[in-house]
Design a protein around this ligand. Structure first.
Ligand code: F0G
Length: 458
């Protein structure tokens, strides 16, 4: 297992505390449930002694890109100055996560009227989702603490990622997923990486409740995004994005919202980057949810962010089928601190946006597509202006949910949707079954050419 770069001294400035997000109490250690011993709210990690120069950090990170040391090859640990420090002798559990591309989206630019539109594709991480960037940090701390077992509740991606990093770190993993509500692709990853996988007859929120009870009764280490080490790793998306845009921050970053760990992590990073002088203005971080899993939207609209309004979640974007998001308070803080919006999108809008991102030759899973669907709404509301730069965070790979994609293109989904309309029909690409003759293929080719099918997005 790879070590931190041997020439590198552990920067003393990344020693850290846990701080309660509600009462502010500081602690040097956290209990099994990562909650404040004083008031029971969530903990976050803070660094008391950062005295970095921004220019120094930028050049250090640039230099590490030419290094072959394993920590430097990770797009997460390359930024380790702003992460909690492992003990010197401890080993990093890494699969070379991060280092994900920032793509231009010319077709989606045309559709939305936003010329400077980019996708940061976290689905190109080792297990196919953004979870890997947090998992490398949290799994490394789990191993350092000597845990034999790690565990999570999941809608699929966390479990796939946790199982992989546990396997790499020589730990056993326990996965709790809602039966019948996660994609086969994600479930099969957990199995292959060797997790003990329990399909529980409940939803994600039920799985998470059970996990909270479990960590109090058994010596297993919790790797849900309640674990603040996860969020520290997920912060690196914003740092990598900063580099990719030559430290000229975009005007808007748009993320999907489920359990609300990722938005919290990216928002924390943006605030830290501003405080360190790495960027000079804050992007607005907006969070998009599915209409059927819109707890944060309702919390903002009906309770002004002051108390959580839980919902009974239902959406085909199963990754974000969450009604009782654990990190809602952190997400509210991020929305308020950056001035971002919180929106919801329908099932039809999600399916359409997913196919539009697919037609870029990029693709993503349904939950990620809420970002493009949400952007269309934010443009209509004039919250996003056409002269602004926008980054969509694509959280999961297209291959994560092949059933959703097949049903869409075959026309098996959104049937009830005359709802769907022409825009959806134009995006569908059903497979064509033919006799195995040259004439049949040539005929089909000519017909497609006439209808201009493949060019329909200009
Ligand atoms: N996108 C994808 C692809 C996800 O898998 C998730 C969450 C989210 C967005 C939402 O991120 O929870 O940080 O707000 N998936 C978790 C899981 C819950 O178990 O895989 P969030």
């Amino acid at each position: 297992m790879p070590h931190l770069a041997p020439t590198e001294h552990k920067p003393s400035t990344s020693t850290f505390h846990f701080r309660c997000i509600a009462c502010g109490v500081l602690a040097n250690s956290a209990g099994q449930d990562f909650r404040c011993s004083n008031c029971g709210d969530l903990l976050e990690i803070t660094y008391p002694a950062w005295t970095f120069s921004a220019a120094d950090l930028k050049s250090r990170w640039r230099e590490r890109r030419t290094s072959n040391a394993s920590a430097d090859l990770s797009g997460v640990w390359r930024f380790r100055d702003l992460l909690p420090a492992l003990e010197r002798e401890a080993q990093v559990v890494t699969l070379r996560e991060g280092n994900t591309p920032l793509y231009e989206l010319p077709r989606c630019s045309h559709i939305t009227g936003i010329p400077r539109l980019y996708a940061k594709h976290q689905g190109l991480n080792p297990t196919g989702s953004f979870k890997d960037t947090g998992m490398t940090v949290a799994a490394s701390f789990a191993r350092q603490a000597g845990y034999r077992w790690v565990a999570c509740a999941s809608t699929g991606n966390t479990s796939a990622s946790m199982a992989a990093y546990a396997a790499r770190g020589g730990m056993r993993s326990l996965v709790l997923v809602p039966e019948g509500k996660i994609s086969w692709s994600k479930l099969s990853q957990a199995l292959d990486y060797g997790a003990l996988t329990c399909q529980l007859r409940t939803d994600f929120d039920g799985c998470l409740r059970l996990l909270q009870e479990l960590v109090r009764r058994a010596p297993v280490y919790q790797l849900n995004s309640i674990n603040p080490f996860r969020l520290e790793g997920q912060k690196t998306l914003a740092l990598e994005l900063g580099e990719q845009l030559d430290w000229q921050p975009p005007d808007h970053i748009i993320v999907p919202g489920g359990n609300l760990g990722n938005s919290s992590a990216i928002g924390k990073a943006l605030l830290e980057m501003r405080d360190l002088g790495l960027i000079h203005r804050l992007p607005k971080l907006s969070i998009i949810q599915a209409e059927g899993a819109n707890a944060l939207v309702r919390t903002m609209r009906e309770a002004q962010g002051k108390r959580l309004i839980s919902v009974q979640a239902e959406t085909h974007a199963t990754a974000i089928r969450i009604g009782n998001p654990a990190s809602w308070k952190k997400a509210v803080h991020v929305l308020q601190a950056t001035g971002g919006a919180c929106e919801q999108v329908s099932e039809v809008e999600i399916a359409q946006a997913k196919a539009e991102i697919g037609a870029e030759g990029i693709g993503c899973e349904p939950a990620s597509a809420v970002t493009l669907a949400g952007l269309k709404k934010l443009v209509r509301q004039n919250f996003v202006r056409k002269d602004q730069t926008v980054v969509l965070v694509l959280t999961g790979n297209l291959l994560k949910d092949p059933d959703f994609t097949m049903e869409f293109h075959r026309g098996d989904s959104l049937r009830e949707a005359s709802q769907a309309g022409e825009a959806i029909s134009a995006l569908r690409r059903p497979p064509v079954v033919l006799d195995a003759t040259i004439d049949a293929v040539l005929g089909t080719l000519a017909k497609a050419d006439e209808t201009g099918q493949t060019d329909s997005h200009g």
